[in-house]
Design a protein around this ligand. Structure first.
Ligand code: ATP
Ligand code: MG
Length: 416
């Protein structure tokens, strides 16, 4: 119980004093049984949402239609959800109705996996484990509560969650749970890609991303949302998985490594958007994919590497380096020293803070118009681009005088 924050214990004590059944449920119980510090603590109770609202001074009805109320207890947000069961799943995505229940076992039986279907009352030190969650934790197995076939047909996201938990926890899928996946892929296909992406990200950022990706491929799940990888040649797919595993735990880096050897920049962006990543993430992944194959650039002159730096933007340099290292380390370890030297050169160029964009020029837009003797017009943009290219070639040209001279030469050239 030492793990449980006092405000959570206070909420549980208050509901129990009012005569309600009340438990911690879900991931936090799983983690406490595994002796891992839980991320967050979810409370479930027999009290109806109105009763929960009446029991505390500060409450936010966060998901009242699903029975969830957030209690503000000593500055801590505690989510309290009324025991519930779910009606039929008509579309494989959302239950058609939810019903509030009095009995914790009813609530636990709607949950996905045995290890996620335990409840614990820390005041009475009572663990409710009707489906063998403790035993499956010991055996390191992900097993559906009830018939896997039925549970996967109700909610098509569950097979992906099974693989995600296997990767995050380093567990295996129970054989019946695994065997149910291929036959329920049709239901998985209907799941909103946003929910798929959330689970995929957790899998990619897990310590066993490589085996998680393999399990996704072997079960047929991957083909539904990432056919680009599912249909890649076996050896290519294996090195993609290994490179993901070898890369740091950052979502843009891992997604870029996942895609870099399969698709080009535009396709990477499309895949990012298809999976409902925010635009910014999709753009950054696309940028990293575009410049991932740095082994081809070893030996390029400084000017070319400054252009690379300008395209990436200096803040993205560590992400780019991470993508490059992971790919080359797995695919061409012999080329790694040369690629490390290339990365070091780009870092050294960046450290000198060279001018990279129009904003960095020693002439403002106004200065450029004055020097050209024109008002706002397309020619100003062209001249600016010319100056940026000039300083990328030679950063020492970035003085007002030198740039004015370059402009005169350019203007004479254009006039001819
Ligand atoms: P994490 O550490 O990743 O948050 P978690 O177990 O808390 O793991 P959540 O996705 O936050 O996972 O869900 C909380 C609990 O809700 C789960 O432990 C499980 O009991 C239940 N649950 C979540 N999603 C489903 C689902 N699709 N079908 C059935 N039960 C689910
Ligand atoms: Mg959770």
């Amino acid at each position: 119980n030492a793990d449980i924050p006092q405000p959570v214990l206070d909420v549980i004590a208050r509901l129990r004093d009012l005569g309600h059944a009340v438990y911690l449920v879900g991931g936090c119980v799983r983690d406490m049984v595994r002796l891992v510090h839980p991320k967050d603590f979810d409370v479930a109770t027999s009290a109806l949402p109105q009763e929960v609202q009446g029991a505390f001074r500060k409450v936010i009805p966060t998901g009242i239609q699903h029975g969830t109320v957030t209690v503000l207890q000593n500055g801590t947000h505690v989510e309290v959800t009324t025991f519930r069961s779910e009606g039929d799943y008509l579309d494989g995505r959302r239950p058609s109705s939810v019903a509030f229940e009095r009995d914790i076992v009813k609530d636990l039986s709607r949950r996905d996996f045995t290890i996620n279907a335990m409840a614990y009352n820390p005041l009475d030190r009572e663990l409710v484990d009707p489906f063998g969650g403790q035993s499956d934790l010991r055996s390191q197995l992900i097993r559906c509560v009830g018939s896997a076939q039925e549970r996967f047909s109700e909610d098509g996201l569950r097979p992906l969650r099974a693989v995600r938990f296997a990767a995050v926890l380093g567990f295996a899928l129970d054989s019946a749970t695994r065997a149910a996946i291929p036959a329920t892929l049709g239901v998985f296909r209907k799941v909103a890609l946003e929910r798929v992406r959330e689970e995929l990200v957790k899998l990619l950022l897990s310590p066993r991303a490589e085996s998680g990706l393999l399990l996704l491929a072997d079960t047929g799940l991957l083909d539904v949302f990432l056919p680009e990888l599912a249909r890649a040649e076996a050896s290519a797919a294996a090195s993609v998985r290994a490179a993901v595993q070898a890369s740091p735990l950052e979502v843009e880096v891992r997604v870029a490594v996942l895609l870099a050897d399969l698709v080009d920049r535009a396709q990477a962006r499309d895949i990012g958007l298809r999976l409902k990543f925010p635009n910014k993430v999709a753009d950054l992944v696309a940028l990293l994919v575009e410049h991932a194959k740095a082994e081809t650039r070893v030996g390029e002159p400084d000017a070319a590497l400054r252009r690379l730096l300008a395209r990436l933007g200096p803040p993205q340099l560590p992400l780019w380096a991470a993508v490059v290292r992971a790919r080359v380390g797995v695919r061409q370890p012999d080329a790694l020293p040369a690629v490390e030297a290339l990365i070091a050169r780009v870092e050294a160029l960046a450290a000198a803070k060279p001018p990279l964009t129009a904003k960095d020029l020693s002439l403002t837009g106004g200065d450029i118009m004055a020097a050209l003797g024109v008002g706002p017009s397309p020619i100003v943009g062209e001249a600016t681009r010319f100056l940026v290219e000039s300083v990328l070639d030679d950063p020492s040209l970035n003085t007002a005088d030198a740039l004015r001279q370059r402009l005169q030469a350019w203007q004479a050239q254009v006039a001819r």
